[in-house]
Structure formats: structure tokens, C-alpha cells
Design a protein around this ligand. Structure first.
Ligand code: DSN
Length: 420
């Protein structure tokens, strides 16, 4: 048997995996990463996640654990909770959910019985699977009602939300989404929820960084429960969280543990603490505003080139482009753009006549490229590259030429977390 103290670095112990990670580092360095739910976590966040904390079990909550040895784990989780509470201005934060979907599931478990009615924005209109969509457990175990965006301007139809809420009287009303380029009117949702006695859940996974940076209105004071991931615009580690007032704290904590999860991932919780400290700075505020300014500049440059944007533009970090007029499917365009060094995802557009696995649109956003320091002046270039890649989708050498230009620009804008 190998001596237990023989503890070589990854490059020696598993060169295959080490080399794949190095290649992924390079890919993230050389490409314009425009999947709107992705970002670059800082080196400090990544260090906190990849530490001895991975070795520890800590079922329970600070000062109420089922395992010994929590002398350093408790203050770490307390710091994460306190910093998140201060950042968002809420009374209670649970930072244990493994990601956004478990965070949402814990909310169901806290407040619903199977068969209860829930309401959320339909997935094809920009909602999330866990807001009651049919293929998700939330659409199977609960009676779910979907609201939509209007056909003409692609904005949420608040009259429809009010009418459906009156008709179905949901236990949970979700607001928030993954492909909605416009601001959420949390006050209007709160009024509807109050009218029908629903619990309003704001899922701000995509926009939580914009909210704390003051670049999107906050749901605090409107929503009963707020859920989020921690790795999107917030720039933290993979993780989730649930925020609420003191009145719901016990129900939420009980639903997360022991209701849904076992041992929390304290390495990631340490990463959340570090990210919350970073997000409380003036620099992060400027970042959040720049994300939106970049998205707006990109929307204008894309529109100038004849692209049709869902809802006509954006208020946040993302754009949804309908490629019907360009006569290319979203999937074909996404694959060509990837070869051209622009990474995004194909996506349904509202009322899409095509199937979700080969839809009419692509979704792209500015959080990651803004983390590298790109600003409005670069968005004209990005739109130009996008256009060349879509028009040259069949021409491999044209796509490679764009990829080389992308890489040249990015060489001057190092990515956080990949500097070494
Ligand atoms: N996968 C996330 C996104 O890309 O928006 C949502 O969960």
C-alpha cells in the first residue's frame, strides 16, 4: 500500500484530470463567455471552496450540530449568514442549500403539501423548471399554473397573473426567471399575492448581484421568501440560499435540514462568506451597473445589425435573440458561435414554433465579460463578431478568424480566478 503521507499534487497523482482542468482554464481564458448564468469567481472564493472544509460534516446549524469538531465551522457559517443578511438587508439567511433548485424545493417543503397549487412564469416564457414546470418534480407533485409574457411586447402580463391568481388561489406565487430580459415589478407581485393569500417567492438567482449592487430593484420588503444561487451575477461559489423575515426563519431552516438535505457543504459556505464580503464593496456596485450598461450597449449594437431581441432590448444582464429572420436555428447558431469563441446557449423564445432542443433563439449575457473589465466600447466589437459568426456559420475558417480576434482582445483582460 502507498504510504499515507505520499500526497502528490493532482498533476502527479492524476495527470488526466489535471490536464483536463488546465484545458478548461484555458478555454475559460480564451473565450468570450456569454452564458448569462455563468461568471468568474475570484481566486479568494475558489481558495475558500477548495480547502480542508471539504473534509468536515456539520449537520445542523451553528451551535446546534449533530457532530463534534465545529470550532471553526460555526464561525464560518455564521459569517456567511451575517454577511448575506447585511448585504441584502434581511432578518434571516439560510446558506446551506446546495444550489438554486434545492433552495426552491425547500420552500415547497416548508409551506406546501403535495397537490397544493403553485404559480410561476412558464419555462418557455423565461421561467425556471422549479417554478412548477411539468417535467420537474414541482410540476408533478404540485398543481401548477403558468403565467406568460404577452405576445406583442414579451412583457409579463400582470393582468393575467392577477386573473390566474384569483382563479386558482396558489399557495406559492413565484416571480423570477432565467430568460426574462426585463425588470421584475416585485411590488405588483406582492399586491397580487396579498390579495389571494399566497406566499410570494422571489427567485433572484440570475439577478442577485444586480440587486445588491443597486442595478435592479430589490424584492426585500415585497417578497415573503427570496431564493437565489450564489454563483451567477453574485460571483460566488456554486451554492444556494434562502432569505426571509424572522417569522419564516424556523420553517425554512427545518425544511432545508433535516427536511431536504444532509450535511452542508461548508467549503462552499466559506466561499459564500468571501463572495458576500466582495459584493459589499463599491467596486462590486460599479460592476453590477457595468453589467447592465454593457447589456444595453450590446442590445443597441445587435439591433443596429438587424437582430430581433425578445421584448426589444434588456433592463438587466441578458439578451434573448430571435434568429428567425436570419434563417438559422438557435442551436446551429450557438454551435457556430462557440467555434468563433463566443460561448452562449440556444434558447426558446416566447411562443416559439420550434422545439426546445432546436429552438429559434440564443440567450447571452454580460456578467462574465464584465468581470474581466470589458465595457461599452467593446460591445460594438462583440456584436460585430456575433454577426460575422452567424453569417459565416458554414465557414469554418471565418469562424476561426473570429475566434482568433476574440482571443487577442481577451489577452488584455485577465479573468478573475484564472490569474495564476
Ligand atoms: N441553469 C440556469 C441558467 O442557465 O439559467 C438556471 O438554473
Amino acid at each position: 500500500m502507498t504510504h499515507p503521507l505520499h500526497d502528490p499534487p493532482l498533476s502527479e497523482s492524476d495527470p488526466v484530470i489535471a490536464s483536463l482542468i488546465r484545458s478548461e482554464d484555458e478555454r475559460q481564458r480564451d473565450k468570450l463567455r456569454m452564458i448569462p448564468s455563468e461568471n468568474y469567481a475570484s481566486r479568494a472564493v475558489q481558495e475558500a471552496c477548495g480547502s480542508s472544509l471539504n473534509n468536515k460534516y456539520s449537520e445542523g446549524y451553528p451551535r446546534k450540530r449533530y457532530y463534534e469538531g465545529q470550532q471553526f465551522i460555526d464561525p464560518i457559517e455564521e459569517a456567511a449568514r451575517d454577511r448575506i443578511k447585511a448585504l441584502f438587508g434581511v432578518e434571516h439567511a439560510n446558506v446551506q442549500p446546495y444550489s438554486g433548485s434545492p433552495a426552491n424545493l425547500a420552500v415547497y417543503f416548508a409551506f406546501c403539501k403535495p397537490g397544493d397549487t403553485v404559480m410561476g412564469l412558464g419555462l418557455p416564457h423565461g421561467g425556471h423548471l422549479t417554478h412548477g414546470w411539468s417535467v420537474s418534480i414541482t410540476g408533478s407533485y404540485f398543481k401548477s399554473v403558468a403565467y406568460s409574457v404577452r405576445r406583442d411586447d414579451h412583457r409579463i402580463d400582470m393582468e393575467e397573473v392577477a386573473r390566474l391568481a384569483q382563479q386558482h388561489r396558489p399557495r406559492l406565487l413565484f416571480c423570477g426567471g432565467t430568460a426574462y430580459p426585463r425588470s421584475w415589478d416585485f411590488a405588483a407581485f406582492a399586491a397580487i399575492a396579498k390579495d389571494v393569500g399566497a406566499i410570494l417567492v422571489a427567485d433572484i438567482a440570475h439577478i442577485s448581484g444586480l440587486v445588491v449592487g443597486g442595478a435592479h430593484p430589490s424584492p426585500v420588503g415585497h417578497a415573503d421568501i427570496i431564493t437565489s444561487t450564489t454563483h451567477k451575477t453574485l460571483r460566488g461559489p456554486r451554492g444556494g440560499m434562502i432569505l426571509c423575515g424572522a417569522a419564516h426563519a424556523a420553517a425554512i431552516d427545518k425544511a432545508v435540514f433535516p427536511g431536504l438535505q444532509g450535511g452542508p457543504h461548508e467549503g462552499n459556505i466559506a466561499g459564500i462568506a468571501v463572495a458576500a464580503k466582495e459584493a459589499a464593496t463599491e467596486g462590486f456596485r460599479a460592476y453590477a451597473h457595468q453589467v447592465v450598461a454593457n447589456a444595453k450597449a450590446l442590445a443597441a449594437a445587435m439591433t443596429d445589425r438587424g437582430y430581433s431581441l425578445v421584448s426589444g432590448g434588456t433592463d438587466n444582464h441578458l439578451l434573448l435573440v430571435d434568429l428567425t429572420a436570419q434563417n438559422i436555428s438557435g442551436k446551429k447558431a450557438a454551435k457556430a458561435l462557440d467555434l468563433a469563441g463566443i460561448e452562449l446557449n440556444y434558447n426558446s423564445v416566447p411562443y416559439d414554433p420550434r422545439k426546445p432542443f432546436d429552438p429559434s433563439g440564443v440567450r447571452l449575457g454580460t456578467p462574465a465579460l464584465t468581470s474581466r473589465g470589458l465595457d461599452e466600447k467593446h460591445m460594438e466589437m462583440v456584436a460585430g463578431w456575433f454577426d460575422r459568426a452567424v453569417k459565416g456559420a458554414e465557414d469554418e475558417s471565418a469562424l476561426a478568424a473570429v475566434a482568433a480576434e476574440v482571443k487577442r482582445l481577451l489577452a488584455d483582460y485577465p479573468a478573475p480566478g484564472l490569474l495564476t
